[in-house]
Design a protein around this ligand. Structure first.
Ligand code: BGC
Length: 439
């Protein structure tokens, strides 16, 4: 059982491409048209039709007591062609922000969450040396247009997942396998894009008269616990070091401080007229946490007998605070859990998952100020398509009907009661259990 501390706010996170529907101008729409790319053959074109249902969806969120909401702006809608900006798209997001304000839900806005405008993808996306400048142009325009309604910003979601899936595994756009040359460049350009955006957002908000400390900017960093399969095996321990460095530590350092080390290429010295020099480019530590891996020789895997979600990811709740502590010790700033959640298609263990992760957070004593559950409603789960359900709210895609799951009810009651007492635990968690069989 636990009580939520006063300074910890609870909410949900989403991403534009995964929920909005109706956009044929982004890289994921194009990617999904090619057979074999998306497991169930679906496309983000349908999504949750959220673009047309913003009002109802936020009303539902408010009825679930959501305090904070992290959501994304679709770059391809704002800048459909290079240098051409769509005021209607801005008006849409302003309207969305006004609705949130009406319900007193505090927004955290993501500027880049995996998808690019088609024109940008065609120019080589973040492999292109001019990409940080092009991204910055979009950021300047958008932040100028929304600065009065948004204090808190995420520049880029999960630079590591974007890069590794796109340029190492080749399972995401642009679909390149083992392309280390590109990977190093993409890492560097993403880090520089984050830093330039960080500085630009602060500049714009200050110019508008907001106090510097009222603006919070960071990026959502996917962190994975890599553990040796056998602790006694030096090759496994060595492999953990390699994976930590290649997948998370180097890119984290580059984006947070401007200092690059292998495998991140040297960062560009300038983005437009912004100098990229070593510094502190975060107001909070943003962490997306999902799972742990058991590492053997240069291979990530699973420990035997661990609880698994429906995508066979280990459920390892203490990892959330292990990663938060690791980051806090190094970067010393308030922590936002910008994503945490699980694929549970039948909602049989999501409540337990939420309980276990929140309990870790509360018991840790770490300065964790936000928890954004991933995700509000089932959505287009990238290469898994519509087949993987992460939502507190179930979506019947054919009719777009939303139904709050038991775990959604549980989450809203945690917020209402500011914690979990025995009665709430008995009602939602006691009778549930994790699954230990692979699917
Ligand atoms: C991403 C989300 C995704 C979630 C679950 C995170 O890596 O930011 O967009 O849906 O994981 O896979």
């Amino acid at each position: 059982m636990f009580k939520l501390p006063e300074n910890l706010l609870l909410g949900v996170a989403t991403a534009a491409t995964q929920i909005e529907g109706g956009d044929t101008n982004n890289s994921w729409y194009e990617w999904a048209t090619i057979p074999g790319h998306i497991k169930d053959g679906t496309s983000p074109l349908r999504g949750n039709d959220h673009y047309n249902r913003v009002e109802q969806d936020i009303a539902l969120m408010a009825s679930m007591n959501i305090q904070i909401y992290r959501f994304g702006i679709e770059w391809s809608r704002i800048e459909p062609e290079e240098g051409v900006f769509d005021e209607k798209a801005i008006a849409h997001y302003r309207h969305e922000l006004e609705i949130l304000k009406r319900y007193k839900i505090k927004p955290l806005v993501t500027l880049h969450h995996f998808s690019n405008p088609v024109w940008f993808e065609k120019q080589g996306a973040f492999e292109n040396p001019l990409s940080p400048m092009k991204f910055l142009t979009f950021v300047s325009y958008t932040v100028n247009a929304l600065a009065d309604l948004v204090d808190e910003w995420i520049t880029i979601n999960e630079p590591n997942i974007y890069t590794v899936n796109g340029y190492f595994f080749g399972t995401w756009p642009p679909g390149r396998k083992n392309d280390f040359r590109a990977l190093k460049k993409v890492y560097a350009n993403l880090a520089a894009s984050h830093i330039a955006s960080y500085l630009e957002i602060h500049r714009i908000r200050q110019e508008r008269g907001f106090l510097p400390l009222s603006t919070k900017v960071g990026f959502a960093n996917h962190l994975h616990v890599f553990s040796p399969l056998y602790k006694w095996n030096p090759l496994h321990r060595f492999s953990v070091k390699c994976m930590d460095t290649a997948f998370q530590d180097a890119i984290t350092r580059a984006a947070m401080t401007g200092i690059s080390r292998f495998p991140v290429k040297a960062l560009p010295k300038k983005v437009g007229n912004i100098s990229i020099v070593p510094g502190r480019y975060y107001d909070f530590i943003g962490i997306n946490y999902y799972s742990r891996g058991a590492v053997s020789f240069l291979k990530d895997g699973l420990y035997p007998g661990v609880p698994l979600n429906d995508l066979n990811w280990e459920i390892y709740a203490s990892g959330i605070t292990e990663m938060a502590k690791r980051m806090y010790d190094e970067y010393l700033a308030p922590i936002y859990i910008t994503e945490n959640g699980t694929c549970d298609n039948t909602d049989s263990f999501r409540s337990r998952y939420i309980y276990d992760h929140l309990k870790q957070i509360v018991d840790s004593g770490l300065p964790i100020e936000r928890y954004y559950h991933w995700t509000f409603m089932d959505n287009f789960e990238w290469a898994e398509g519509e087949s993987a359900c992460f939502g507190l709210v179930k979506v019947a895609y054919e009719t777009q009907e939303r139904t709050v799951r038991a775990s959604g009810e549980f989450y809203s009651k945690i917020i209402e009661k500011k914690g979990v007492d025995q009665a709430l635990f008995n009602e939602y968690v006691a009778h549930t259990s994790y699954n230990f069989e692979k699917r």
